[in-house]
Design a protein around this ligand. Sequence first.
Ligand code: GUN
Ligand code: ZN
Length: 432
Amino acid sequence: MSRLILGQTLSFTADPFAVPHDEAVRHERRGAVLVEDGRIAAVGPADALRAAHPQAQVTDHGDGLILAGFVDSHVHYPQTAMIASWGKRLIDWLNDYTFPEEMRFADPDYAAEIAGRYLDIVLANGTTTVCSYCTIHPESVDALFGAAERRGMRIAAGKTCMDRNAPDGLRDSPALAYDQSKALLEKWHGKGRAGYVITPRFSPTSTPGQLEALGALWAENPGCLMQTHLSEQTDEIDWVRGLYPEARDYLDTYERFGLLGERALYGHAIWLEAREIARLAETGAALIHCPTSNTFIGSGLFPTRQHAVAGQPVGLATDTGGGSSFSMLRTMAAAYEVGQLSGTPLHPAQLLWLATAGSARAMHLQDRIGNLEAGKEADMVVLDLASTPAIRQRVDEAETIWEALFPTIMMGDDRAVAAVYLEGAPAPRGAG
Ligand code: GUN
Ligand code: ZN
């Protein structure tokens, strides 16, 4: 059966960092999305699509703005219950808040409870796909993939591997990291809408032996993504230098063990050196901008525009719970603010691109999700552009779609999320 979803529609026809934004976007004031078998079959003017498909079931969102669902390309779902923990910088924040919370995921019931809670929160915020770290415990990976499967969400995730500089109970070994990651990969990768991500946490919590083992696993499974952290804080970089004295720089601690490639995603990547930038450009690896985290933990200003204009894949992410929000609207707002602090304000088209198509490209899912266009999976969010009195009074006299949308990007939250669709069906809540 086909379904017509009516509202304003906004699609990308090109990358707004590569061409002027008006050439990169198609907006229909009165548009429609035709969904067939969970995929977008057409996007166009509502009148024409209604006339051509008189049998389709119609859902009319009025002035609601239909977009591709948000794609959050770097999160730690196990940090859901300790988001907004006060007053620490990265290393102390990990030791004092994060590791104690991650220990609790040895209990599969707790892992299942948080996985369901987390996915319900992000769906309520219009996010339809995430790329998540789990914990060291294989049960934490099963919990997230299971919860996503029950909701019908496309998801990418992996077991977070650590074999040093972490407390007892949160360390594996090179062999365990390899064996457990391999078993989880074989269980979940390509099952339904799931993708497995090989996940060394970061160089300080892995021995060279563990990075080597995970590099070997990636070489054996080149279709998987690999995610880790890179150059988030200056103290961290000094620590890495001490732990890997033979490495040329932080990126080299990954590169020398086979953990650099096109399917790599590096979270933060703020303090890069010239050689690192050049190698990342050569390989086409993705850099993931986590602006609320970078301000909350006090890490620094990621130069989004510089990388995106150079053609480096850039994703946008909440980095829950180092980030201070589950909302990609709030995350776009923070990306705008960070851009302003760097003298390079991002246009709303660029912010939206990063939160949808940019993150999808970073995750090598650009053929499936991240844009409202025929052939893509019908994961969508519908935004109410007048969701609060404060926003409504601001957009009352808006003349362009950007004037109408930008206040919701800057001031909106889950109240702006009027509807969420997964493969063309309303997203379930509380699916366990
Ligand atoms: N670096 C290593 N682990 C983490 C983490 O959990 N969050 C953040 N923000 N940075 C990290
Ligand atoms: Zn992270």
